[in-house]
Each structure stands twice: as C-alpha cells, then as structure tokens.
Ligand binder design. Structure first.
Ligand SMILES: C[S@@+](CC[C@H](N)C(=O)[O-])C[C@H]1O[C@@H](n2cnc3c(N)ncnc32)[C@H](O)[C@@H]1O
Length: 250
C-alpha cells in the first residue's frame, strides 16, 4: 500500500501557527477530509480533493479517510488546534479499531498542532504554569452529571482549568451551572480568562474575577481558562498578565 493517512492540527487560526510538518503533509496530500470550516482553511490546488462534511459525522468521516488511504491515496484529516484534543485523532482510531483488519497496516501519523488552550494561555501570560486540566463542557458525547463531577473534583484539587466548547445556543444553561459550581468551590476572586477566536482577526481576551464572570461572555469560539488558588493577575500598563507560579507551598 502506498497510501498514507495523516491526522493534522491546523492550530487555532493564524497561518503562522500551523507547524511546518502539517504544511508539508498538506503539500503532499491528494485528499483533505474534515469539518467544513477547517477544510476551508486549506488552499485549493490541482490534484487535491477537499472533502468537507458536517461536524456530527466524525466516525463516518474517519472511515472514509481510512478507506481512501487503503486505496492508495495520501489523505490528511484536519482538525483545528491539536487533532488529539477533543478532535479527529481519537475518532480515526475508533474507526480503525472497529474497521477492516488491513487498515491496521496503513501508515498512520498524528501531526500535533497548537491547541486553543495553549494559544490562549500564551496571550494571557502563563496561567497554566503549574498543574492544570482540560475539560470539554459539551454534553453531546457524555452526560452532564459526569462533567459536573469532574469540574467539582478538579476545582477541589486546585487545578487551573481550561474549558473547551463552553457554551452553545443549543445548551446555554450548562456553562451558567458550571460557573455557579466554581463559585461554590473556589470563591469569588479566582481569575477567569475568556479567550475568543485566538489568533484570528476576531480575537478578544477578557480577564475578570470569578464573581464577574457571566455565561454570555463565552460562546463556541471561546476557550475559558480558570486559575488555581495561586494564580495571580499583574497589571503591565493597561494589560493584565495572568500567571500561576511554578511552585506550590507545602
Ligand atoms: C471541538 S473543540 C476542538 C479543539 C481543538 N482540537 C484544539 O485543540 O484547539 C472546539 C473548541 O475549541 C476551542 N477553540 C478552538 N479554536 C479556538 C480559538 N481560536 N480561540 C478560542 N477557542 C478556540 C473552543 O472552546 C471551541 O468550542
């Protein structure tokens, strides 16, 4: 088989944040597969076929990509950010596990990208400088009770936290409940960063204490970072710099 499959992260938005490894795989590809807005970020060229599909068909898309690679095509499955973070890499391996045995002989590579959480943290300073965790607040693929349990335990363990998919029009109430839970456990002053559309022309960064955090400050283009009890906000001119010290006291 001469085909291969790369599962690549396009980073948070800016061209400068696409890794050279990902650009090289796209330059060699015959086919690019992915969710419509991510495929739209790939430049058309002769010899390249773009296969854009809706977000709800992840495993079908993964099967299609594996099938094309098995037929000898050079296929890149694209995700935003990093493909292993709430994205297509796991979906491809799910399809591989359930799929044709010969697919396991394929050349399959995961090419990392800059995930939204890290791009946002860099804009804000270093809020993830000590231990942290990432939680997807969407209850499309897991029950809300599990999200709430993880949130509470992460807050009690005093992690800094990053929330992906914080709030959508289809489920506006979940993030409001998450903020209430955090106020219960963390108190009012914990720094919260709303980082929207990082590294795109629509980028907006807002830093507020937990008591001033409102559900409508987030949408599906926002990643939300919440500090630990040690996270500090420095003022540098008119810019807030948020950082979590490297050490925690005994
Ligand atoms: C399905 S997840 C995909 C995450 C992606 N694989 C990554 O590593 O960044 C989509 C969520 O990522 C976050 N996100 C993606 N790009 C972003 C950006 N440029 N700025 C802020 N948040 C972003 C938002 O929370 C969005 O709801």
């Amino acid at each position: 088989m001469s085909g291969w499959l790369a599962i690549a992260g396009l980073g948070p938005g800016a061209e400068a944040l696409v890794t050279p490894e990902v650009s090289a795989s796209l330059a060699e590809a015959t086919d690019v597969v992915g969710y419509i807005p991510y495929v739209a970020r790939v430049a058309e060229r002769p010899g390249l076929t773009l296969h854009a599909s809706d977000n709800r068909v992840e495993v079908d898309r993964a099967r299609h990509a594996l099938q094309m690679a098995a037929e000898g095509r050079r296929v890149v499955v694209v995700s935003s950010g990093d493909p292993g973070v709430f994205a297509m890499a796991a979906a491809v391996f799910e399809a591989l596990e359930a799929g044709a045995p010969e697919w396991r002989d394929l050349d399959i590579r995961v090419l990392p990208g800059i995930t939204a959480m890290l791009a946002a943290a860099a804009r804000a300073g270093a809020p993830l400088g000590h231990d942290f965790c990432a939680i997807n607040l969407s209850d499309n693929l897991k029950p809300w009770a599990l999200i709430e349990k993880r949130l509470r335990l992460a807050a009690e363990a005093d992690f800094a936290m990053a929330f992906y998919n914080p709030r959508s029009r289809a489920r506006p109430e979940g993030f409001a409940r998450a903020l209430e839970l955090l106020r219960d456990v963390c108190g009012d002053d914990r720094p919260v960063i709303f980082a929207r559309a990082v590294s795109t022309p629509g980028e907006k960064l807002t830093v507020v204490p937990l008591t001033k955090a409102r559900p409508e400050m987030a949408d599906m283009r926002t990643v939300v970072l919440v500090g630990s009890s040690l996270t500090r906000v420095l003022r540098a001119g008119d810019r807030p710099l948020v950082y979590t010290p490297r050490s925690a006291p005994e």
